[in-house]
Write a protein that binds this ligand. Structure first.
Ligand SMILES: *[C@@H]1O[C@H](CO)[C@@H](O)[C@H](O)[C@H]1NC(C)=O
Ligand SMILES: *[C@@H]1O[C@H](CO)[C@@H](O)[C@H](O)[C@H]1NC(C)=O
Ligand SMILES: *[C@@H]1O[C@H](CO)[C@@H](O)[C@H](O)[C@H]1NC(C)=O
Length: 396
């Protein structure tokens, strides 16, 4: 009796598995009417594929598949919560409709592709081409321009994997992670010209547990920018440049602001970038903070400001009420940072007079200028310690 029961259970479980496999449908955007010709508007096909995948509850997750080819997409909002995990597999290229429809799917401005309130999502592969050039031209000419759009944004999303994505020529930021938990970004490539305005590579804010690894970023603004409310961020194996470096900030524009803590950048290379390791705060009162930051095993190739803390950010001397930054910076560790500075002042610590930097640690830092040891450092309002060889000499 027991044996028959076992055999029955076995066959039933196989049957259930088979049913589940049948249920684990792939939603191919072509079947929803998308044309890979680069000029037919595929927005509705993508949104309909999402709607189907998002409402499916097979228990095995749903896959949205974008085959090879070029798809023209307008601003699109992929909204959760979904019934199950969603994998978006992209072999093709998504291009923005000329010009991007700035209005967004539900009145939002500033997004091209937006994932919102989704839990358990992966975006694998794919190229995004926002064709930002005409937008930059407008910005650079000082005309009144539309708001512009970020290429791909994740808002209030948890347990997300972004792997193998390429983004070129975003109008504004390329990849934004905002108010998310547990996000892995791996093997992404971001490319925009050095002179393109505000085309940050990856922007993280109000998020916990974000990991960015093995990624290459060449752009016109920060390679990675880290905004208020970022905690437990790990960046490993990043190649940055051209670009404005990896920046914590600008912080402290507002008085009430959530702090940034536990951020690590390691095994990374900066080449020809404006900055390397930057922390930047407005010269304004604020209750925010930056603490427990760790930079380790970093190579600088001809970087203008390899190490910089700037707490006197006040563009055009406007809206900074002749005060110092309220952001308290503490426990920042620089360990094994080597290479060349493109300017003579290789290290700048320009900390707030009202909130001096404390617990700054420099260990085995060696930066040269024009093949000499003539690099200099600049310090204001800083406290901390130095270990092993540190060049240029610091004021610590
Ligand atoms: C700091 O962040 C890392 C992930 O980058 C995490 O593994 C670690 O637990 C965090 N440390 C603390 C004290 O929260
Ligand atoms: C801003 O104001 C300060 C002090 O008033 C002055 O020294 C500095 O040159 C000004 N900077 C600019 C960019 O105007
Ligand atoms: C710097 O030194 C390296 C190795 O000694 C040498 O190959 C290079 O040409 C030098 N560069 C300059 C600008 O002097």
């Amino acid at each position: 009796m027991g044996k028959i029961k076992k055999i029955c259970t076995y066959f039933i479980s196989i049957l259930v598995s088979l049913l589940c496999i049948v249920e684990a449908v792939t939603y191919n955007v072509i079947h929803f009417g998308a044309k890979p010709d680069g000029k037919t508007d595929a927005t509705h096909a993508f949104l309909n594929a999402w709607a189907s995948a998002c409402s499916s509850s097979s228990g095995w997750g749903s896959t949205i598949y974008v085959p090879d080819g070029v798809y023209m997409i307008k601003a699109a909002e992929f909204r959760g919560p979904c019934k199950d995990q969603i994998d978006v597999r992209i072999d093709g290229t998504l291009v923005a409709a000329p010009p991007i429809d700035y209005s967004g799917a539900s009145g939002n401005s500033g997004y091209w592709i937006l994932f919102i309130k989704v839990d358990r999502l992966s975006v694998i592969g794919g190229t995004l081409d926002a064709k930002g050039a005409s937008f930059w031209e407008c910005r650079n000419s000082g005309q009144n321009c539309p708001t512009g759009a970020r290429s791909i944004t994740f808002n209030w999303a948890n347990n997300v994997l972004i792997d193998g994505l390429t983004s070129v020529n975003s109008q504004l930021m390329h990849l934004v992670i905002n108010s998310c938990n547990n996000v892995m970004v791996h093997n992404v490539k971001i490319i925009a010209p050095e002179q393109s305005p505000n085309t940050d590579g990856i922007h993280v804010q109000s998020s916990t547990g974000v990991t960015i690894t093995e990624s290459k970023i060449q752009t016109g603004d920060d390679c990675i920018s880290i905004g208020p409310g970022t905690t437990n961020l790990l960046m490993d194996n990043i190649q940055c440049g051209p670009g404005h470096g990896v920046s914590i900030g600008s912080l402290g524009r507002n008085f009430n602001e959530i702090g940034v803590q536990n951020v690590t950048l390691r095994n990374s290379v900066f080449s020809g970038s404006d900055n390397g390791l930057r922390i930047k705060t407005w010269a304004r009162p604020s209750n925010g903070f930056v603490r427990n930051i760790h930079y380790q095993d970093i190579v600088m190739n001809n970087v203008e400001n390899p190490i910089i803390i700037d707490q006197n950010y006040c563009p055009n001397n406007l809206s900074c009420p002749a005060q110092s930054s309220g952001i308290k910076i503490e426990k920042v560790r620089y360990e094994n940072i080597r290479g060349t500075s493109a300017t003579q002042v290789g290290m700048i610590f320009d900390c707030s007079p009202s909130n001096p930097c404390s617990g700054i640690t420099l260990q085995d830092v060696q930066l040269t200028y024009m093949n000499t040891t003539k690099a200099l450092s600049f310090c204001n309002n800083i406290g901390g310690t130095v270990a092993d060889v540190v060049l240029p000499d610091t004021c610590l």
